[in-house]
Design a protein around this ligand. Structure first.
Ligand code: MN
Ligand code: MN
Length: 317
């Protein structure tokens, strides 16, 4: 794109701790019109089954994203030169009505998608990805690369409740939003409700790469398989911060030992370049359970990693 792209505030001119917090210190705009990539917050955690607080994620990720600079140090990607990117604010939510919240999130995301901008969202709990997919995948099912400690394909909780942050991808497959044969879940681990907990997903064709398999094979091999699973088609990328080990990302709703290092997570996201990414998110950052903002820093950094591969991929088209 041109030299008139939005640019972050230069930290050599205005220090990082000064001014209004926006994603990556970009301008705050009211519409995604004219953007290539829209950074957006979804401050809602009404689908959380245990430790809450992800509703506070977007604001804290904005604050910690002031640490990001303009150029990726490995790929040399300069996302703000390659693409027009801004902070479009937070989607409208309803903290006391789950059904209404899902409708508002879908409507807000549909308005972004209608402009042609690619959304990169900060959650929110993982149920927020369901209404996002209802907007992004409205016209055809998409593939998905899903980093998480959890499959999030359970059926119901608490006597038949179908909508929690443990169920979004079961619903998304049932609704035809996700092509389960183009869905790969990486980093899955932790104790289960039932030995057959993942049978439904596997039966649909979902590829689950458990943490132990990742450790055995490494990032390059696993991501080569992930790329072959999603292929050339439209693909969503969802990054649950609990995929990272709780020693490095403790501020989250459902921590599970034995996760990715932040370095492994960065390495995997860098290997997404060239995929047709139609949207992405980083979810489950819960500042009330955080320590020294380390989880929000991890979330902001993963957003920057995603931003770089999305911007680079757009320019390859
Ligand atoms: Mn999740
Ligand atoms: Mn999870």
């Amino acid at each position: 794109m041109g030299t008139d792209n939005y640019q972050p505030i230069d930290a050599a001119e205005v220090p990082r701790f000064a001014g209004h917090a926006t994603f990556m210190r970009l301008p705050a705009v009211t519409s995604a019109e004219g953007l290539d990539i829209a950074l957006v917050g979804i401050p809602w955690d009404g689908g959380t089954t245990n430790r809450p607080g992800a509703r506070h994620g977007p604001r804290e990720i904005r604050s910690q994203s002031s640490l990001m600079r303009k150029v990726h140090h490995v790929s040399k990607t300069a996302p703000f030169s390659l693409a027009n990117i801004a902070d479009v604010g937070d989607l409208s939510v309803n903290p006391i009505d789950l059904g209404d919240a899902l409708k508002r999130i879908e409507a807000g995301m549909a308005a972004i998608v209608a402009t042609g901008a690619i959304p990169l969202a900060a959650g929110g709990d993982h149920l927020t990805t369901l209404p996002v997919l209802r907007a992004v995948a409205r016209h055809r099912p998409v593939g998905m690369i899903h980093f998480d400690a959890h499959s999030d394909t359970n059926d119901t909780y608490f006597g038949g409740n179908a909508y929690t942050h443990g169920t979004p991808f079961r619903r998304a497959i049932e609704e035809g939003l996700l092509d389960p044969k183009r869905l790969v879940q990486i980093g899955i681990r932790g104790s289960m409700y039932d030995p057959g907990e993942h049978d439904w997903a596997v039966g649909q064709g979902v590829r689950i790469i458990y943490m132990e398999e990742f450790v055995r094979r490494g990032a390059a091999d696993v991501m080569a398989e992930a790329r072959s699973i999603v292929g050339d088609g439209a693909t969503y990328v969802t990054f649950d911060i609990d995929s990272i080990d709780p020693s490095m990302a403790p501020g989250t709703g459902t921590p599970e030992l034995g996760g990715f290092t932040t370095r492994e997570a960065q390495e995997m996201v860098r290997l997404l370049e060239g995929i047709d990414i139609v949207g992405a998110d980083v979810v489950e950052v819960s500042p009330p359970f955080d320590v020294a903002s380390m989880t929000a820093i991890a979330g902001a950094t993963m957003m920057f990693e995603l931003l770089c591969v999305i911007a680079a991929s757009i320019r390859q088209e």
